[in-house]
Design a protein around this ligand. Structure first.
Ligand code: ASP
Length: 332
């Protein structure tokens, strides 16, 4: 597909209804673009945990607060959720038993902050924002990031929490053979990426994760990398990603989605094109789940993933719902 906007169907309200169809039906609609069209404020975020996060972000947006405050406050809810195994305090560890957290944040002035391989700090997203707002840098990782967070008085946590430690010990026992090669599949990852537009029409985004469960010690995925896990350009739109970080990094996924929107693609078309690009660069699609979520400057929203199962939460003044993303392939 070229850079010229395709002559695609904008289905408006009918499109909103279509976005609620089950994935199996949605796959039959491939080639027909549909999208939710809403006016701001609006907040969207990845996966089921997005509902609770959106609700918190909405409290900020509805009072006329900034998109930046909304996306930070929103994902902190997920980071605090002890039952969540893919984000924050309750996250799964790497293969050596360490829970290492990654996050990034970006605002309407293209300011950005990121933190990676951070252990023992409750809210990586707020550390990322602190880096963005108070240092000359964009990204801190590992021991340096931890020292920075401690110096700035960020709350500490002890991870893995006991329930997670038990799960890790069990995994270690059951996976002696594959212990040297961590496997990713659609059950051992997820991330929260959140995009918001505030009452002034400004955009911001956040992304936070404990990453791929049982990853190699020291591994960073796409989530803390500006342009891969998240990208915001206030003139155009914003995008975030979830799924196999290594594949998303290879095409600078979220930046690609925003650039496609700049050239006239709708949010959904842009996400689909990024997914197709990932597919074209991989011979083996086994477990290659990559998911994109995007919002343009007018509050149009779209999503797309390689495999079925990706969904996102949407909240506006009149609507609160989960939407199943379209995709190219069924898991089975
Ligand atoms: N993208 C994350 C990572 O690669 C995981 C996920 O979103 O599922 O660490």
């Amino acid at each position: 597909m070229g850079t010229k906007r395709r002559d695609f169907l904008k289905l408006g309200l009918a499109g909103a209804a279509l976005s609620l169809v089950k994935p199996s039906q949605a796959s039959e609609l491939i080639g027909v673009a549909f999208e939710d069209k809403v006016k701001g404020p609006i907040v969207i975020s990845t996966w089921n945990h997005g509902i609770a996060a959106n609700a918190e972000a909405w409290k900020v947006l509805v009072q006329g607060g900034s998109a930046l405050d909304a996306v930070e406050k929103g994902v902190r809810v997920t980071e605090s959720d002890l039952t969540n195994r893919s984000v924050g305090i309750g996250g799964m560890p790497d293969r050596d038993g360490h829970v290492t957290l990654d996050a990034c944040i970006m605002d309407h002035e293209s300011r950005c902050g990121a933190v990676g391989f951070l252990e023992g700090i409750a809210h990586p997203i707020s550390v990322a924002r602190e880096i963005m707002e108070t240092t000359q840098h964009v990204m801190l990782v590992g021991a340096g990031a931890k020292k920075f967070a401690l110096d700035r008085g960020f709350a500490t946590i002890k991870t893995p929490i006991p329930e997670v430690k038990k799960e890790y010990e069990k995994w270690k026992k059951e996976n002696k053979d594959v212990f040297k090669k961590p496997e990713i599949n659609h059950e051992n990852h997820d991330t929260i990426g959140m995009l918001a537009m505030d009452a002034k029409g400004n955009l911001a985004g956040s992304c936070t994760t404990s990453g791929w469960a049982f990853k190699m010690h020291g591994r960073l995925g796409d989530s803390p990398i500006i342009g891969a896990g998240l990208f915001v350009d206030n003139e155009v739109g914003a995008a975030c990603a979830s799924g196999l970080g290594e594949a998303i990094i290879r095409i600078a996924g979220s930046h690609t989605v925003v650039e496609l929107m700049r050239h006239g693609y709708s949010p959904m078309e842009a996400c689909k094109e990024a997914v197709n690009r990932i597919i074209s660069k991989h011979k083996d699609l086994t477990n290659l789940q990559c998911c994109f979520l995007a919002m343009d400057k007018n509050g149009n929203v779209g999503s797309y993933s390689v495999f079925s199962g990706f969904n996102y939460a949407l909240k506006t003044a009149t609507d609160e719902k989960m939407v199943d993303a379209s995709y190219t392939r069924n898991w089975d």
